[in-house]
Design a binder for this molecule. Structure first.
Ligand code: SF4
Ligand code: SF4
Ligand code: FES
Length: 257
C-alpha cells in the first residue's frame, strides 16, 4: 500500500496555476511537490525548515549533501540539495554533517612534507582503492586519485585534484577505510598554498604600493564625494569586457594603476 499523500500547507504551498506536482519521499514520508524545484526548495515547500543542512544555496558551501534512490533502481545517488532537481518517487535523506576525524595541527609548525600529512592522518593507508568516494562526490572530484597522490607524497597534485572539494563529507560517509578524505585534502591545500605554491609577485608588488601610500590621495578624493557623485562614477566606470582572454585587456585610463 502506498504512503498517504501529504499536501503541504503554508505560504510556500501556493502553486502557480497549472503547476505540476510529483511525489517524493523525504526520510520515508511522502510529499507532493512542484516538479521544477530543487530538493532543498521542495523540502521547504513540504514544510521542512532548515536549521542545519543549508548554507549558500549556491553549490559552494557543502552543507546540503543528499543521498537518494530512484523508484525501481537499487543504485544510490548523491547530490547537493540546493542544486539537484527533484524527480518523481525519489527517496531521499540529507546528511548535513558527517563526524569524520579531523586532526589538530598548527600550520605554522607543520612541514609541507608527505611524512607530516601521513603522521597526522595514518588512516590514509587504510584506503583499499574501492573508489566509492569518487562515485559519491557531488562535485565530481577524483577523490581516490587525490588520496593516492597524498599516499605517494605528491602534495601539489593532490592540492590541484582536490581544489573543487566543498567539504560536504559524502566521500567519508561511503569509505570502508574510514578516511576523512576532505579534511586530509584541506590540510594538503593549506600546506601547498602556504609553503609550496610560488608567491604571486604581482600581488606582493601591489601590496607594497598600497603600503607606501600610493593610493591614499585617490581614496581621499572618493571619501569626499557624495552619494550621487559616487553612483555616477560607478555607473560610468570603464569595465573589463566579459570573457576577455587573460592578460589581454587594459583600461584606457591607467592613471589609477
Ligand atoms: S572510499 Fe575510502 S577506501 Fe575506498 S577508495 Fe575512497 S578513500 Fe579509499
Ligand atoms: S571530495 Fe568529499 S567532501 Fe569534497 S566535495 Fe567530494 S564528496 Fe564532498
Ligand atoms: S547549501 Fe551550500 S552547497 Fe547546498
Amino acid at each position: 500500500m502506498s504512503a498517504p499523500k501529504q499536501v503541504a500547507t503554508g505560504d510556500r504551498a501556493i502553486l502557480p496555476e497549472g503547476a505540476k506536482t510529483i511525489p517524493i519521499f523525504v526520510m520515508g514520508k511522502r510529499y507532493e511537490v512542484p516538479e521544477t524545484l530543487t530538493i532543498m526548495k521542495a523540502m521547504e515547500y513540504a514544510g521542512f525548515k532548515f536549521l542545519r543542512g543549508a548554507g549558500c544555496r549556491g553549490g559552494i558551501c557543502g552543507a546540503c549533501p543528499t543521498v537518494y534512490r530512484k523508484e525501481g533502481d537499487y543504485k544510490l545517488y548523491f547530490g547537493l540539495a540546493c542544486q539537484t532537481v527533484v524527480e518523481p518517487n525519489m527517496y531521499l535523506a540529507q546528511i548535513p554533517f558527517y563526524p569524520a576525524n579531523r586532526a589538530q595541527y598548527d600550520i605554522e609548525k607543520t612541514e609541507p612534507l608527505a611524512d607530516a600529512v601521513h603522521a597526522l592522518y595514518p588512516e590514509l593507508f587504510r584506503c583499499v582503492a574501492c573508489n566509492n568516494c569518487t562515485k559519491a562526490c557531488p562535485m565530481h572530484v577524483e577523490v581516490l586519485d587525490y588520496i593516492s597522490a597524498i599516499k605517494q607524497g605528491d602534495l601539489a597534485r593532490a592540492a590541484k585534484l582536490s581544489f573543487d572539494c566543498i567539504q560536504c563529507g559524502m566521500c567519508a560517509s561511503r569509505c570502508m577505510g574510514e578516511l576523512p578524505q576532505y579534511h586530509i585534502a584541506q590540510l594538503v591545500r593549506r600546506l601547498f598554498g602556504k609553503y609550496i605554491q610560488p608567491r604571486a609577485e604581482h600581488l606582493q608588488k601591489r601590496v607594497a604600493e598600497i603600503e607606501s601610500g600610493k593610493y591614499d590621495a585617490m581614496l581621499g578624493e572618493l571619501q569626499k564625494m557624495g552619494h550621487a557623485e559616487l553612483e555616477k562614477l560607478y555607473k560610468e566606470r570603464e569595465r573589463e569586457p566579459d570573457m576577455v582572454p587573460l592578460g589581454t585587456w587594459m583600461p584606457k585610463d591607467v592613471s589609477h594603476l
